[in-house]
Design a protein around this ligand. Structure first.
Ligand code: NAD
Length: 278
């Protein structure tokens, strides 16, 4: 039976460490303040935004909300970001994605001061990651590295296969595994012989966006399986991109959905917010 990697417990431990750090910094008169910008009132986005604000409150990071109507113009949104960039009280800026279709996400991301870009999506931060410089790193893949390290799973020298090449998960995941000296292969929708490639993996990271697509035929006996996917099934329950019940008996360790990668994303966002305490 595989070890179930408890992302909830690990994320709680990280949040407690950050809380202690923030309390210490407060005594030196130093604080962090996150500005959370939401456009429209998509229910899923509102849940994510609320969870982020709750985590800030728990750790002791200040947070302020900017709720803009669905029909706000791109120019108005850019003006707000400009104002937040210049506001010395604000140490981190997060624009909740996705944005409505009339707003160009890339333009908005590029407008955020890279030094306040706690999501790590700005091209300057993406570039810093790829050349091994300091900067903000995308939270989900950063959380996966933390899960592996805190579960004593060796990355160095091991075969790591990432399925998915999105800018938010797949690509930064590959860069981080490389930084940890893994031997990294990235698969995507045009990859041939996906099963064979995946079967090489000692560590298989799955970020496809297809419910339960990965079964035991993709997994080498004893591999570590990290499931990034999150889907709501018809019965209301959540599942990942991995068929958990089928893969479980084949691997040495696996992240569940929910309670695996998901909670780590917020913990790493909080970690990024704490980088700028001054
Ligand atoms: P995306 O849609 O941007 O990218 C999916 C990737 O999968 C693409 O690169 C594509 O090439 C690849 N792909 C699609 N079909 C494939 C196939 N049949 N074979 C091989 N590769 C295929 O998705 P994303 O933003 O990277 O997110 C992936 C999943 O992770 C989604 O379910 C998303 O909801 C979830 N997610 C979870 C968190 C979290 O905090 N838990 C964070 C981000 C994303």
């Amino acid at each position: 039976m595989a070890k179930i990697i408890d992302g909830k417990a690990i994320s709680n431990a990280i949040k407690d460490e950050l809380k202690e750090y923030v309390e210490k910094k407060k005594k030196e008169g130093k604080t962090a303040n996150l500005a959370v910008v939401q456009v429209g009132n998509d229910p899923a986005s509102s849940v994510y935004v609320n969870n982020k604000k709750k985590a800030c409150a728990y750790i002791g990071i200040g947070s302020s909300s900017y709720e803009l109507p669905e029909d706000v113009t791109q120019e108005e949104l850019l003006l707000l970001i400009d104002r937040l960039n210049k506001d010395e009280e604000i140490t981190g800026i997060l624009v909740q994605l996705p944005l409505p279709a009339h707003i160009n996400e890339d333009t908005v991301i590029r407008k955020i001061d890279p030094g306040k870009d706690v999501d790590g999506f700005h091209p300057m931060n993406v570039g810093a990651l790829s050349i091994g410089e300091d900067g903000f790193v995308s939270c989900t893949p950063q959380g996966i590295i933390e899960l592996l390290k805190r579960s004593d799973i060796e990355i160095s020298g091991r075969e790591c296969v990432v399925i998915g090449r999105s800018n938010i998960v797949g690509k930064p995941m590959a860069m981080l595994l490389l930084r940890e000296n893994g031997t990294v292969t990235v698969c995507h929708s045009r990859t041939k012989n996906l099963k064979e490639v995946c079967k090489r993996a000692d560590i298989l990271v799955v970020a496809i966006g297809k419910p339960k697509m990965i079964d035991h035929e993709y997994v080498k006996e004893g591999a570590v399986v990290i499931d990034v996917g999150i889907h709501r099934m018809e019965n209301g329950k959540l599942c990942g991109d991995v068929d958990f019940d089928d893969v479980c008996s084949h691997c040495s360790a696996i992240t569940p959905v929910p309670g695996g990668v998901g909670p780590m994303t917020i913990a790493m966002l909080m970690n990024n917010c704490c980088k700028n305490i001054s």
